[in-house]
Design a binder for this molecule. Structure first.
Ligand code: BGC
Length: 336
């Protein structure tokens, strides 16, 4: 197992890790994953060859570290300890993914450590309150580790100068099909698949989720069965969004996604996962946009978006000042 660094233009470095049948590539731009291959099969969506142009234009946050806050904050405002904070609106009147200068647009410093059986890339940056208008500056490390068992682990280590909200995640899109056709044939599995319903602005409307395991009478459900469900509640949501864009509670904080050829196992210590099935790809006018709806799906391990407005001072995303933050998510790929 070894790593090598290649520089492209626009300040973009590619860190390429070779583990024989699997290969994975990261970049300093947004501390993102660019590529993950099992033999010739692309497991994730991305562009290695033209990374220097592709990622600065891509509006879908491919592979990026998202923060300081993943998902939407309703009306771009929230209160913390009685003080109201006004953020930038970059999704209608809402704030999404930390705002227009979120972590996905930042160049990170990094170090590569080759160890026995694994390679670690330690990405570092500082999130500034003066830039994103959340309270407090945050010193952040995003550590991507790849190991011989084809497991990619992401760790977030952070410390804030004052009490704030912090909800980082990774926005990788997977597609386990050999031909990279739509992901409708993949199935998701967990002992609990509780889906939170959204209002017309993609914001959680109720903290009473729908129990999909119960509705489908199965712990293993194909995306297409959810997309085509005749259940009135699920159908109304699928008609509105063209697919899934919903937070879930999982059983034991883990789930698998599989097709005929591969199985992907996700484990996290975050309370929720947002599954987004790339429902509308038309907003990007570019030759780079070769994607159609359902070309991929994300597994965004995070706190429920907008938790600060839904749960107030009980929101899990609240981070106290000077108190170390740590979270960890891993994705492991198996060939069947
Ligand atoms: C959101 C989607 C959004 C996508 C692209 C996802 O996390 O849930 O609504 O379109 O990110 O940024």
């Amino acid at each position: 197992m070894f790593a090598k660094v290649e520089s492209q233009s626009n300040g973009i470095d590619l860190i390429k890790i070779d583990n024989e049948e699997t290969k994975i590539v990261f970049t300093n731009y947004g501390a993102r994953i660019v590529s993950w291959k099992f033999d010739d099969n692309n497991i994730v969506l991305g562009n290695v060859v033209e990374a220097d142009e592709f990622y600065t234009e891509n509006p879908f946050n491919f592979g990026a570290t998202i923060g300081r806050y993943g998902g939407r904050i309703a009306n771009a405002t929230f209160q913390l300890d009685g003080k109201t904070y006004q953020l930038d609106s970059n999704n209608g009147q809402h704030n999404i993914h930390g705002g227009p200068h979120g972590l996905d647009t930042q160049f990170f410093d990094y170090e590569v450590e080759e160890q026995v059986g694994q390679v670690k890339i330690i990405f570092k940056t500082t999130i500034k309150s003066s830039v994103d208008h959340f309270p407090g500056d945050i010193d952040l490390e995003v550590i991507h580790t790849y190991d011989v068992d084809h497991k990619w682990t992401i760790e977030y280590k952070a410390i804030a100068t004052e009490k704030t909200i912090f909800n980082p995640m990774n926005h990788v899109y997977f597609n386990l099909n050999r031909d990279n056709k739509v992901i409708d044939n993949h199935s998701i599995a967990s002992s609990k698949l509780d889906m939170y319903l959204l209002n017309e602005d993609n914001i959680v409307q109720s903290l009473e989720p729908v129990d999909l395991v119960n509705k489908f009478n199965s712990e293993n459900i194909q995306f297409k069965d959810i997309f085509n469900s005749e259940d009135s509640v699920i159908k109304e949501q699928m008609d509105r969004f063209g697919g899934i864009d919903h937070p879930f509670d999982l059983g034991s904080n883990e789930m698998t996604v599989e097709n005929k050829h591969f199985l992907l196992k996700v484990k996290t210590d975050m309370p929720n996962i947002v599954i987004f099935t790339f429902n509308d790809t038309t907003s990007w006018q570019s030759d780079f946009n070769i994607y159609k709806a359902h070309s991929g799906f994300t597994l965004e391990t995070q706190c429920i978006p907008n938790d600060i407005n839904l749960l107030g001072d009980k929101a899990p995303s609240i981070l106290e000042g000077n108190k170390p933050y740590y979270s960890k998510t891993s994705y492991k790929i198996f060939e069947k």
